[in-house]
Design a protein. Structure first.
Lengths: 313, 300
């Protein structure tokens, strides 16, 4: 992960470069960094290296004596596995749906919260709460209190519209997950977009209004372009976290019915802790990491550019 | 509106159009006022819809089981603490204690490790410091599923499986990148002039840290600690994979409610309320800094 995700090259030369310091001074400056760095390396990078190693091994924890080098056999097995391909598609669909929906709602809520009205801070507080509720608790509450076919709130709320006794989790499992996750992630998007709205240059907007620009023109031509880095950042970070969605799948659908809602994290979890297929689980894990790196590179670029602006301010 | 404000004496004549006309002159144009009311109504509607599941969780915890699962939902009832008592009687305390130890322990360790690291990465920068900074952030983006198996095997070999210490260490590694970035962003806000003035006055390194930097970033450290506590307390994947009976945390306790047999919604609500409340309160309190934590200090 480290080698691939380094900051853009143009960035390295900048910053106050303490070029040639004596060795003692260099270590005195580096010292405070080391304990934290060491802990992170031991707990994240070493296991990652081990995963890479396992992914080339044929190994099952239930048969520990049979171990062999497998080359790319695990990768071939994983790509040939219909369940894995299904999990990839489910992950992409779930992530895209939740990111898009929560971003649209997040922008809408942020625009509302950027206005002045009675009880604005209470509304803001209420709107961020879904993100704070322990995801495991939220998942179970949605499963049993919201989605229940007999006494669920969702059916009750929709009953005036002619919806009756829908068993959301078994009839529309993916929709249920998207709904619950959108509820959970909208505050995340909203907070970042709101920070963007509040940091925008109001003088330009005033000038545009003086020139007769309507609210829609102002939003589309001025606000949205200024918000772009914030929307991109929220989308990228949100994607990285939502790809790793595990709690609601484990707690609401268990990846089912069948494999309908099995995403990559849940697929790997099952391969690891139910089937003990070490090699294949590791290979699938490496594939997820590679996918994440692709998103992460963009995220890091963006963060480094935002943070360059911040340093100059 | 007119009910509350008695009309001025001279406007007593039955001439409503006249009154409206006068008001229009004094206040903002009608369209703007309607727009404002519309914004408030929409925002409040969104807040109520989004908060409702949380409110329902809280309310249902005070119900009897029969009242919790009715169609249509029961809104008026005599609140009871029975469910909370039942949960606390079901050995909830050890889970709570494990959660507290893992999240508070890791948060303290994070602050102790991240503050010097952030210092090294901001006020006294080393060579290639941006690489270290981006290394930290990239570890936070690594999918937990990709490292769970080796962690499990290593922990099993050294006898740390189902141990709160292991969970604390994992949460420390998980939160360290966020903390380093956040604390760095607070350190950068310490005015350079203050530091230079102190050095001119002959302040030693220790004095500079204790008397100037720490007091100035103390609110930032508190905010960082709250954010780290939130992530550690809510964490489920590592907890469910690396613990079983002795070190299981509150989210793992909740897995006992996966099946939908029997009447138990009120009890689940009580348990979920107790599980979620510490972080909801911490999050409301740390609202101002939440964005900074979520974007690793990139957005203030």
């Amino acid at each position: 992960m480290t080698e691939t995700v380094s900051p853009p090259a143009a960035h390295r030369r900048r910053g106050p470069g303490p070029a040639k310091l004596p060795a003692g001074e260099r270590w005195r400056r580096r010292g405070p960094l080391l304990p934290g760095l060491l802990l992170v390396i031991v707990l994240t990078q070493l296991p990652m290296a081990a995963t890479l190693y396992y992914s080339f091994q044929s190994r099952n924890l239930l048969r520990p004596e049979e171990r062999a080098f497998a080359g790319f056999g695990n990768y071939a097995a994983v790509f040939g596995d219909g369940q894995f391909r299904g999990a990839v598609l489910n992950t992409v669909f779930l992530t895209a749906a939740v990111v898009i929906l929560s971003m649209v709602l997040g922008i809408a809520f942020a625009v509302l919260l950027d206005q002045r009205f009675l009880g604005r801070s209470i509304v803001r507080t209420l709107l961020i709460t879904p993100f704070l509720v322990m995801p495991a608790a939220a998942a179970l509450m949605w499963k049993h209190a919201m989605f229940n076919p007999l006494f669920g709130i969702l059916n009750w709320a929709l009953s005036p519209f002619g919806v009756e006794r829908v068993d959301w989790v078994s009839e529309h499992p993916m929709f249920s997950l998207v709904l619950m996750l959108t509820w959970q992630w909208t505050p995340f998007m909203m907070l970042i977009v709101l920070a963007g709205l509040q940091s925008q240059n109001t003088e330009i907007i005033e000038a545009a209004k003086m020139d007769g620009a309507g609210p829609i023109a102002v939003f589309g031509r001025i606000t949205l372009p200024q918000l772009r880095p914030f929307i991109e950042l929220a989308t990228l970070l949100g994607s990285i976290f939502i790809v790793n969605t595990f709690d609601p799948i484990y707690l609401i659908t268990q990846g089912g019915p069948g494999q309908a809602t099995t995403n990559l994290p849940y697929f790997i979890y099952q391969r690891t802790f139910r089937a003990f297929e070490v090699g294949e689980a590791a290979a699938a894990g490496v594939i997820v990491v590679i996918g994440t790196i692709v998103i992460a590179v963009f995220a890091l670029r963006l963060i480094s550019s935002l943070f360059r602006e911040g340093d100059q301010r | 509106m007119t009910k509350v404000l008695p009309p001025p004496p001279e406007a007593h004549a039955p001439e409503p159009a006249h009154a409206v006309g006068r008001r229009r002159v004094r206040r903002a144009p009608l369209r703007a006022r309607l727009g404002k009311a519309g914004v408030a109504a929409l925002a409040w509607a969104a807040a109520i819809v989004f908060f409702f599941p949380v409110l329902w969780m809280f309310v249902s915890g005070f119900k009897q089981e029969a009242q919790a699962s009715t169609d249509p939902p029961t809104f008026l009832f005599r609140p009871t603490l029975d469910q909370f008592e039942a949960i606390l009687g079901r050995d909830f305390a050890p889970f709570l204690l494990n959660s507290l130890m893992a999240s508070v322990g890791s948060t303290l360790l994070v602050i102790v490790l991240a503050t010097p690291a952030a210092y090294a990465l901001s006020l006294a920068p080393i060579r290639r410091w941006k690489d270290s900074l981006f290394f930290f952030i990239s570890t936070r983006m690594m999918p937990p599923v990709a490292i769970i198996l080796p962690l499990y095997i290593i922990a099993n070999n050294v006898g740390l499986l189902d141990n709160v210490t292991l969970l604390s260490l994992v949460y420390t590694a998980m939160n360290l990148p966020i903390a380093v970035w956040m604390i760095r962003s607070f350190l950068l806000e310490v005015p350079r002039e203050t530091l230079e003035a102190a050095r001119v006055d002959g302040a030693t390194f220790g004095v500079e840290i204790r008397r100037i930097i720490l007091p100035m970033i103390a609110p930032g450290l508190a905010a960082t600690a709250l954010i780290c506590f939130i992530f550690a307390w809510n964490e489920f994947f590592f907890a469910v994979s690396l613990t079983s009976t002795r070190a299981a945390t509150v989210p793992v306790f909740l897995t006992g409610f996966i099946t939908s047999e029997g009447l138990f919604l009120a009890r689940l609500s009580a348990a979920a309320t107790m599980a979620a409340l510490p972080v909801i309160l911490a999050g409301w309190f740390a609202q101002k800094w939440l964005v900074r934590g979520l974007t690793l200090g990139a957005v203030k």
